[in-house]
Ligand binder design. Structure first.
Ligand SMILES: *Cc1c(COP(=O)(O)O)cnc(C)c1O
Length: 373
């Protein structure tokens, strides 16, 4: 029994985020936390091995506090200045610093009601008044619904767990209608967004807007598209003044959030652009075939721009399907929340993993048919 007498009332009143489970058994088909099914660039391991082998004695020294080499590599890759780039220990930490830097104000923070479930947790941690704005009937975001005084707006784009994409035109609208608020676009999945072929204006990342709007801050992560969830590296891109606020906040909490191994590995990942392009295209292709197969099984699948699909079985409830899959060693995510409790969020796996899922779903449907005869 935990004794909370010595706890602060803050510690007592928190309701921490619960991540999708990380079971340690082998042979599980783990499609529940949107990790990348493919390994990171081999250059990442080489760079980390080099730090360990050739410079092991350097581990007695503190790492570069502002991760200069990594930020310079990111700046070059995204055509920005280094002072427009911030990095942290996973984008979750970057988001925590964002809440502390921009949203601890009188005016409320606005976010969609169905979105990344860490936002309400941070709002509570930092005493931020969060007003949740309902998604439309089709789960899309209507920027007009955000017309009210606020300290900021935070939107995951593509949204989680729906996978739907908000257009840059809508993001411009939010930024220009709220010039005294920080518009945070959490682009954890943006590298999987599909640009329509031949459409010259089909930019999807709001990074392309930060030189134009001084109130847009974009966060991204190495966890999904760069296959480095275990390394814990995330970043923010924005106007130098926004980045300076994050740096001040970081240095009032932890001056060295990224260790030497993480800095070396993440930098190597950014420099291996060819590998990155190849891997993200592979995941996009696998998402398309998984979507087609689920649709053929009569699932209603939302058009996903992420490395997961959000799908509703036309017959049979989602929670029962998730439990039946689990019995066969396949784990997907089910959210027991109003409006989305008939959906499953399924991470795009390798071709073999996706096939194992589809075969299991087919078998379930066959069993159900036998049961009704
Ligand atoms: C995965 C995820 C993150 C956090 O990623 P990190 O691993 O902490 O970098 C942030 N936002 C959304 C919407 C995510 O899905």
């Amino acid at each position: 029994k935990i004794d909370t007498r010595l706890w602060s009332s803050k510690a007592r009143n928190l309701s921490p985020y619960v991540p999708g489970e990380q079971p340690q058994h082998n042979n599980l088909c783990k499609l529940n936390t949107n990790e990348n099914p493919f390994p990171p660039s081999p250059k990442v391991g080489e760079a980390i091995a080099k730090v360990l082998e050739q410079q092991a004695s350097d581990l007695r020294l503190y790492p570069a506090p502002e991760s200069d080499d990594l930020r310079a590599a990111l700046a070059k890759a995204y055509h920005l200045d280094t002072n427009q780039v911030f990095v942290g220990n996973g984008s979750d930490e970057v988001l925590a610093l964002v809440f502390a830097s921009f949203f601890m104000k009188e005016r409320p923070l606005l976010a969609p009601d169905i979105s990344y479930s860490f936002y309400p947790v941070y709002a509570q941690t930092f005493g931020v008044d969060l007003v949740q704005i309902a998604l439309e009937e089709d789960f899309s975001i209507d920027p007009d619904a955000y017309r009210q005084p606020c300290s900021g707006i935070i939107i995951a784009n593509p949204n989680a767990p729906t996978g739907l994409l908000l257009s840059l035109a809508d993001i411009r609208k939010l930024a220009s209608e709220h010039t005294n608020a920080v518009i945070v676009i959490d682009e954890a999945y943006i590298d999987f967004a599909q640009i329509k072929e031949g459409d010259v204006d089909a930019q999807v990342s709001a990074v392309s807007l930060i030189n134009e709007y001084d109130n847009i801050l974009v966060t991204q992560t190495f966890s999904k598209s760069r296959s480095l969830a275990g390394l814990r590296v995330g970043m923010a891109f924005g106007n130098a003044s926004l980045i300076e606020a994050l740096t001040r906040m970081k240095n009032s909490f932890n001056s060295f959030p990224l260790d030497k191994l993480a800095q070396a590995g993440a930098t190597a990942s950014v420099l291996d652009a060819d590998y990155f392009e190849q891997m993200r295209q592979q995941v996009i292709d696998l998402r398309q075939s998984l979507t087609a197969e689920l649709t053929a099984l009569d699932y209603n699948v939302l058009p996903s721009h992420a490395n997961f699909v959000f799908a509703r079985p036309k017959e049979g409830n989602a929670s029962a399907v998730a439990s039946a899959l689990r019995e066969q060693g396949i784990i997907v995510r089910h959210f027991n929340k109003p409006r989305i409790n008939e959906y499953l969020r399924i991470t795009v796996g390798t071709a073999e993993q996706n096939q194992r899922l589809i075969d299991a779903l087919k078998a379930l449907q066959a069993d159900a048919e036998v049961a009704t005869i």
